[in-house]
Design a protein. Structure first.
Length: 320
C-alpha cells in the first residue's frame, strides 16, 4: 500500500495552484530545451578559460586550487544558474505560478536545508565506508599543492556557490518542476518515473558511463523523488545533491559522474577494487557500492513515519 505522502502530497497541490499544467510531452520537450540552453551560457566562460590557457584538465591541474576552483565554481554557477532561471520563466509565463510552488516555501527552509547537507555528507561517507573494509580504496599520490589544507580555499570556493547552485538546479528541473507537474496532471508514479528517467538521460553523454552507472543515476532520481516527497519540500534534496557532489570530488578526490573536478581536494583517494563494485573511472556513482547505499536510503525514507503538511482534501494557500 502506498503511503499517504506519496499519493497526496503538498508538492502536487502547489503545482495545481498555477493556471495550467504542462503535458508530459511538453515537460520532456521543454526539459530538453532547458538543459541545452543552460549549457550554452557556459560557452563564454569556457572561451575565456581557453584564452587564458586553462582549458584542458592537464593545465587545470597546474593551476593553484583557488584559481581552478574559481573557474569551476563560475562555470557551474552561470550554466546551472541559467537552468534555474529558465525553469522559473516557464512556470511564471506559462503555468502562471511562482518559485515557491516548486517546493521553495520559506517554512522550515533552514532546517530542511541544513538537514539535507548533513544527510548528504553522511550518505557519501557511507559509500567510502563500504569501500574501505574491502580494501577497495587507497590514498593516491599527487601534487601536495592540490591536496589538504593547501587546497582548502579552492575546495570551499567550489562548494560556494558552484556545487550549491549546480545541485539545486538539477533538482529544480526534475524534482521541483517535472515530478509534481506530471504527478498532479496524471498520476504520482508518472511524475516519479519520468523525472527519474530524465535525470539519468541528462547524464547520458558523461565520460566513462556504464550500464550500472546509468542504473544508479536512475536510482538516484528515484531516491531524490522520494526524499522531496517525504519532506514535501525541495530545500533538503537540493542541499543533499550539492554536498554529495562536493564530497565526492573535492572532499575525497573521486571522479564526479565520470569527470575529475577542479579546485583541489582535502583527501586524495582512489578506487582500487573491481570497477563493478567501486565504479572505476566513472567514480563511486558507477559502482554497486552506491547502488547499496541508494537502496538502503530509499527503504529508510519509504518506511519512515511521516505526517503530511497538507492532508488530502484541504485547500492550499500559496504565497506567489
Amino acid at each position: 500500500m502506498l503511503p499517504a505522502w506519496f499519493t497526496h502530497n503538498r508538492l502536487y497541490d502547489l503545482a495545481r495552484s498555477g493556471r495550467r499544467l504542462t503535458s508530459w510531452w511538453g515537460v520532456i520537450g521543454i526539459g530538453v530545451l532547458i538543459v541545452f540552453l543552460s549549457q550554452v551560457f557556459a560557452f563564454p566562460i569556457v572561451l575565456a578559460k581557453l584564452a587564458l590557457g586553462g582549458m584542458s584538465s592537464a593545465s587545470s591541474d597546474l593551476l593553484p586550487p583557488l584559481v581552478s576552483g574559481f573557474w569551476l565554481s563560475l562555470t557551474l554557477a552561470v550554466s546551472f544558474g541559467a537552468m534555474i532561471v529558465l525553469v522559473w520563466l516557464w512556470i511564471r509565463l506559462y503555468e502562471r505560478r511562482g518559485m515557491a510552488t516548486i517546493g521553495f516555501e520559506p517554512q522550515r527552509a533552514l532546517f530542511f536545508y541544513g538537514r539535507g547537507l548533513l544527510v548528504g555528507l553522511a550518505s557519501f561517507c557511507a559509500v567510502v565506508g563500504l569501500l574501505a573494509p574491502f580494501g577497495f580504496v587507497a590514498v593516491e599520490a599527487g601534487d601536495p599543492a592540490q591536496v589538504g589544507l593547501a587546497a582548502l580555499g579552492g575546495v570551499l570556493l567550489v562548494l560556494i556557490p558552484g556545487w550549491l547552485i549546480q545541485g539545486a538546479a538539477e533538482e529544480v528541473l526534475t524534482r521541483g518542476w517535472m515530478l509534481p507537474t506530471l504527478a498532479a496532471r496524471y498520476r504520482p508514479w508518472v511524475g516519479v518515473l519520468i523525472s527519474s528517467l530524465f535525470f539519468a538521460v541528462m547524464h547520458g553523454l558523461n565520460p566513462n558511463l556504464s550500464v550500472l552507472a546509468l542504473l544508479n543515476l536512475g536510482l538516484y532520481g528515484l531516491f531524490a523523488a522520494l526524499y522531496a516527497l517525504r519532506e514535501e519540500s525541495l530545500w533538503g534534496i537540493c542541499a543533499f545533491h550539492s554536498v554529495w557532489n562536493w564530497a565526492q570530488g573535492n572532499l575525497f578526490g573521486f571522479e564526479v559522474s565520470g569527470q575529475m573536478v577542479s579546485g583541489g581536494m582535502l583527501f586524495n583517494l582512489m578506487e582500487t577494487g573491481p570497477d563493478w563494485f567501486t565504479g572505476g573511472p566513472f567514480g563511486p556513482e558507477g559502482g554497486l557500492v552506491t547502488t547499496i547505499v541508494l537502496v538502503m536510503s530509499m527503504a529508510i525514507i519509504w518506511w519512515w513515519p511521516a505526517t503530511s503538511q497538507n492532508p488530502a482534501g484541504q485547500p492550499v494557500t500559496v504565497d506567489r
